[in-house]
Design a protein around this ligand. Structure first.
Ligand SMILES: [Zn+2]
Length: 145
């Protein structure tokens, strides 16, 4: 896959906010795109047409949403070719803050099991706790997945 990230890598339980778009409509549409990619495209970012977007969304889609999609495409946050939109690296960069950190998520409450220090949001496998030296790994599979 071209982009290297999957829809399920993102936390879409709540809305995206404080993105570089600074626009809640774009943030809402972006979340919709991740949602339909996750639920209707086998957890892959595949190209989709406006008709498919309307069909896949579970809410009542308005024409306004097409303008927002076109706006994202115009701003180079989506590819648009052959009448299909496609997520690109700029799009993923804009919502990167909402990527789930699987290492941190594998610890209850996101804290070190030995000393209860907060685990950093960008922790990676093998990092040590700055407080006690505990080595973090993706220990358990996530219960919600
Ligand atoms: Zn610790």
């Amino acid at each position: 896959m071209r982009v290297g990230m999957k829809p399920s890598d993102f936390n879409i339980k709540s809305h995206f906010y404080s993105t570089i778009w600074g626009n809640s409509e774009k943030e809402q549409i972006a979340r919709n795109i991740v949602y339909i990619s996750l639920t209707k495209m086998d957890d892959e970012f595949l190209p989709f047409s406006w008709e498919e977007y309307k069909k896949y969304c579970e809410h009542k889609v308005t024409e306004q949403e097409k303008w927002v999609l076109d706006d994202l495409a115009e701003g180079k946050y989506l590819f648009f070719k052959n009448n299909k939109y496609e997520v690109n690296a700029a799009f993923l960069g804009a919502i990167l803050e909402f990527k789930i950190n699987k290492v941190k998520e594998s610890y209850e409450d996101g804290i070190c099991p030995d000393c209860s220090e907060d685990i950093l949001n960008d922790v990676v496998e093998g990092d040590e706790c700055s407080n006690c030296g505990h080595v973090f790994t993706e220990e358990k599979s996530l219960s919600q997945n």
